[in-house]
Design a binder for this molecule. Structure first.
Ligand SMILES: Cc1ncc(COP(=O)(O)O)c(C=O)c1O
Length: 229
């Protein structure tokens, strides 16, 4: 060993990660002790459906980037080249103006969504839902004196990670310790036959679930309900 860093030696990367990266959804404690085998996992490269970690171990990525996001697979050069070309031409301009890819993609998307006419671009699902919640409230203010602002969400729902999205979150374990939440969100029973709430099957189960939602709407006052997630 001459002390020089080899290209394929990423031990310094592992140490930087261990020391400075705050990971999502995972406990850091196992990497903080003295067990040299307990390193944080660094995903180094991907091709198709497979990724490789810092130890060269191959993984079949059955969850598409860990959280269902890389649906087209890894190493797609055609996409990388299109992104590269656009970054050089124009990396960003605020949504108050249009862009060539933004206009053309919205046309394509709308052609697949009958009854819809416009696309609002966001960076994540959480932001999309935040925007939708704002639309409901703005419509309530413009047309209903602010009254029709309540947003219903189902038990077991997940709508994102921001405070308003967690306010529409029906998974109590996920929400614990982040309150208080945004007012105006109201929980209704879920529609999952898998976690059946009534001893009914198929269509009868669906009708019971719809009736249970209606009960909440009637109790809250239909003129106060702006949306159902
Ligand atoms: C149904 C649903 N809504 C919203 C979100 C939030 O999206 P994002 O993680 O992009 O903020 C998710 C993410 O898993 C989701 O599954």
């Amino acid at each position: 060993m001459d002390g020089k860093l080899r290209d394929n030696d990423i031990s310094h990367v592992v140490e930087a990660d261990r020391a400075h990266v705050w990971h999502h959804l995972i406990q850091h404690a196992p990497w903080s002790g003295t067990d040299p085998k307990a390193d944080p996992r660094i995903i180094v490269e991907g091709r198709g459906m497979r990724v490789w970690d810092q130890k060269g171990k191959e993984h079949l990525d059955g969850v598409s980037g860990g959280v269902w996001t890389v649906n087209v697979g890894y190493g797609r050069e055609r996409i990388a080249n299109a992104v590269r070309d656009q970054l050089i031409k124009l990396p960003y301009f605020a949504g108050s103006a249009g862009s060539i890819p933004g206009a053309l993609f919205s046309e394509k998307l709308i052609s697949k969504m009958p009854g819809m006419s416009r696309v609002y671009y966001t960076n994540s699902g959480s932001e999309a839902n935040e925007k939708a919640f704002k639309m409901v409230r703005q419509i309530a203010h413009k047309r209903y004196g602010g009254k029709k602002h309540k947003i219903l969400y189902r038990d077991r729902d997940y709508h994102g990670t921001t405070i308003a999205c967690l306010s529409a979150g029906g998974q109590d374990q996920r929400n614990a310790q982040y309150g208080p939440y945004t007012p105006g969100f109201v929980r209704v029973p879920h529609c999952l036959e898998y976690r059946a709430q009534w001893d009914l099957d198929g269509e009868a189960y669906g009708i019971a679930a719809a009736n249970a939602i209606e009960e909440v709407i009637l109790a809250e006052g239909p003129d106060t309900i702006g949306a159902l997630c």
